[in-house]
Design a protein around this ligand. Structure first.
Ligand SMILES: [Zn+2]
Ligand SMILES: [Zn+2]
Length: 366
């Protein structure tokens, strides 16, 4: 038997449907029937070849939800919850972190481990069904699988997707304190999740800067107190709003989630003296930007932090927070469209042109 997968053959080439062999399930592995897989900005970058070290051809799809068809000697999820055939699960896309190298053991930064592999990004389609844009997903032994916490559905998890986990990590990294004023730069899935979680964590004011209008409306629905447009509000007007909301001091925390280097000048400008600036949106190299070390960092006494990827704990905790506060985190409503495997190229086009905020690949969709 063969299994249909949407394969990205290489940079600049359209995604095509291929038949991949059914995986041989080794002890400790799980076979999922794919219910939904995310199409995120990273997949657009992958199509354009903007990430280094990607072993094309690949089956994209790094955040996915599936139903267990077969589990070979696995009866609990990564947290010890019993799992069995028919259960709906998601899984941590990062796999094969070694726990023995310098990065893992000394720096305690498994996100820099050289052995690290990521479903949908750094596994080749030649290695199997190791991405979500396929009818089945092969979870290798040791992949951290998670039963969805009640009452979450596949749509909740994919609607939040990796933006939810990255936003969670960025907010945590910022050290945001209750009562802080936060500026979020970017209205994509990461920016939206960042704004929602910043508010939930106790920010007194969450101000999101981005576009287009429907995403700003979504940001307000998810908990942003103020939204400012990149096109309709001038950079001076945006600075005036932040200044007036903070008695001229600037934001305690600024989180960049837009991936445009130009945003950094504005971000530093909006940050108060002694504030924290987290750069979380530059997953690919979008170029350089001029920074004034004296004004932006040194004299400002700024704390500037990068956030690379997510750890397993971010996924676990983000899902737990979402399960508790589901009514305040209606990410399922961010899903703009569902695409069968055959329409993966349209899904990528629509995400790239900002036609939809969150697109999902549903192999079972008509
Ligand atoms: Zn390691
Ligand atoms: Zn992603």
């Amino acid at each position: 038997m063969t299994i249909r997968a949407a394969v990205m053959p290489g940079p600049g080439l359209p995604v095509e449907i291929r038949e991949l062999p059914e995986p041989a399930l080794e002890p400790g592995s799980i076979l999922l029937e794919t219910l939904a897989s995310e199409v995120c900005g990273t997949d657009v970058h992958l199509r354009h070849g903007r990430l280094a070290g990607v072993p094309y051809p690949i089956v994209p799809g790094h955040v996915s939800v599936g139903r267990i068809l077969e589990a070979v000697g696995v009866d609990t999820d990564a947290l010890g919850q019993p799992i069995s055939v028919g259960d709906t699960v998601t899984f941590y896309d990062v796999h094969e972190v070694c726990n023995t190298c310098w990065h893992c053991l000394v720096a305690r930064q498994p996100n820099r481990c050289p052995s690290r592999r990521v479903y949908g990004i750094t596994y080749s389609a030649d290695e199997g069904l190791l991405g979500g844009w396929a009818e089945r997903i092969h979870l290798k032994p040791g992949v951290k699988v998670l039963k969805l916490p009640e009452p979450l559905t596949a749509d909740d998890v994919i609607g939040g997707g990796c933006g939810l986990f990255t936003g969670f990590a960025a907010v945590e990294r910022s050290g945001l304190e209750m009562g802080d004023t936060v500026v979020v730069q970017g209205a994509g899935p990461v920016g939206l999740a960042t704004a929602a979680l910043a508010t939930l964590r106790g920010a007194a004011r969450t101000i999101l800067i981005g576009d287009p209008g429907p995403r700003l409306a979504l940001a307000r629905m998810l908990g942003a107190d103020h939204t400012l447009s990149l096109t309709e509000d001038s950079i001076e007007a945006r600075a005036d709003v932040v200044s007036s909301l903070t008695a001229g001091r600037g934001a305690d925390v600024v989180i960049e989630a837009c991936g445009n280097p130009v945003a950094l000048a504005e971000g530093f400008d909006l940050l108060r003296d002694g504030g924290t600036y987290v750069i979380a949106g530059h997953y690919t190299d979008a170029g350089t930007v001029e920074i004034n070390p004296h004004l932006d960092i040194n004299r400002k006494h700024a704390d500037v932090r990068g956030q690379w990827g997510t750890d397993f704990r971010h996924v676990v905790r983000a899902l737990e927070v979402m399960a508790k506060h589901r009514d305040r985190l209606p990410f399922a409503e961010a899903i703009g469209a569902r695409y069968p495997l055959e329409e993966a190229n349209s899904a990528l086009d629509d995400v790239e042109s900002l036609q939809v905020t969150k697109a999902i690949i549903a192999p079972g969709a008509p």
